[in-house]
Write a protein that binds this ligand. Sequence first.
Ligand code: HEC
Length: 166
Amino acid sequence: MPKLGSKRSPVKSMADDLSTMAAALALLAIIPSQVMAQVLRSYEIVGDAIPQPLTGIRGDPVRGRAIVVDRQRGLCLLCHAGPFPEQRFQGNLAPELTGVGTRWSEGQLRLKIVDSRQLNPATIMPPYYNMDGLVRVGRNWQDKPVLSAEEVEDVVAFLKTLTETP
Ligand code: HEC
């Protein structure tokens, strides 16, 4: 008579496989948040603003302007228009950027760039420095924010120079 007891029960081995799989899946779920913690600097939101620069120092407005008009990096002119006479195509889905440096404080502008959803959950403006809750992210944009912390600071520094009245 074969000794059945010595054989691994198929049910038990399936349960083992499942628990291994579950562990692997749990691990996968943890990885993105670890990657994010490494990539993103922490920042403090106070009211409707991020008062302190993400990098500890203010950015460069000349580099910031280049990012804003760049159709690969900032893409701002897809939705916004502003004082960019050399740019032929400018958007009309969002408020004019002309004068934003007067309308908003530096910290308010920083939070709008970092993650406008914190201010308006229904906004169509993309979060430039937050990857939470994004779906169908293009391969080039996966696992990193759209702009680096330095680039966010450059953009904020540039927006602060837009003090002319529209
Ligand atoms: C897909 C469209 C879209 C893109 C791209 C976009 N924005 Fe916006 N933005 C909006 C909308 C819409 C608002 C209006 C407020 C809201 O809905 O949150 C806004 C608001 C703003 C405001 C506040 C304006 C005001 O006077 O109230 C600033 C500043 C701003 N965006 C800057 C930028 C910059 C800089 C970029 C590029 C780095 C950018 N936005 C990219 C849609 C966009």
